[in-house]
Design a protein around this ligand. Sequence first.
Ligand code: FNR
Length: 367
Amino acid sequence: CAPVEEAKMADGDSIPVCLDDVEAIALKKMSKNAYDHYRSGADDQQTLGDNRAAFKRYRLRPMFLRQDVSTRDLATTIQGVPVDFPVGIAPTAVQRMAHPDGEVATARAAASVRSCMIFSTYATSRMEAVAADTPDGLRWFQLYVFKNQKQTEDLIRRAEQSGYRALVLTIDCYHSGTKRADIRNKFTLPKHLRTENLSDDGKPYDGVCGLGFAPLLWSDVKKLKSFTKLPVVVKGVLTGEDAVRAVESGVDGIMVSNHGGRQLDGVPASIDVLSEVVQAVQGRCEVYLDGGVRSGTDVLKALALGARAVFIGRPALYGLAYNGEAGVKLVLQMLRDELSLAMALAGCANIGDIQRSLVVHESRYLQ
Ligand code: FNR
């Protein structure tokens, strides 16, 4: 399969100064089984590679001297709830494989910098324990819908009762995409770990999800909306058409996402789809993005193209492996500080100053 360049850190340089450095250290700390599982994309990994490469194809158009940018305010709201900066943590399965504290550490890190953590259905910690540990943290619950209706309903009620503030319904994972590295490694979850929020169906997590999932239709999204009072965000939208269907189904938010390149290989990079979705939505709900976000300028570009906030998947896992809660916090702080600096250099004092005209596709300069 097409190689995606492995993280490398300059020789002798042990202090991470960017997200790629954190990944390079994490690579050394994790087993091959774990690192390959986290890092892999589906099939030829075209979409995985493109998620990052595509960000580089957008260029920034700074506007100078319009205002004083000596201090920046990065605060915003998502689903009406304040956050200190528009970067959250996407849901990723089995975080205790990266660090013994797993999801507890991730939730603590997000809460400590007033960000948002999305907790996966396939977490290796109980959702109630994480909630009790970070009562003031902003947490959303990522939902997979199981054929076993009771299992799904229980998950939703438990999330509501333990203070998760939105449901994130993942729609792109009817069955897991093929990760060749997992097959080669004969991936298994280490024996001491379990997917703690699911009633034991006898099948241990092996990275292949979906066998027990219900076939979902947009009418089910409407049903979900009437089943819960929580805001519903659909995750995995990649076309304007689906964005319109999502809005018509009553969703409160749309996450433009290709599951970090782990599902249908060959779909476009998330950042390339963002404008199409934003135009289709026409302000009727909030639009978020994940996939390939690795720097403050990536965040700035996504915001300029219309994202309300962005989310990171693998970088949080690498932060966990690097140094638990402190490692995840470092990753979030890096993105926050890089965004703040990028805003200053682009002439933006607050999030509202980040306009569509700030970004242009490189093809404009290549004609
Ligand atoms: C994921 N992702 C994911 N998404 C989801 O809705 N539920 C899940 O349980 C998981 N699990 C998961 C595990 C691992 C190891 C990875 C890498 C990803 C997808 C995730 O939420 C997100 O869409 C991508 O990770 C974003 O891309 P980046 O930031 O990893 O490039």
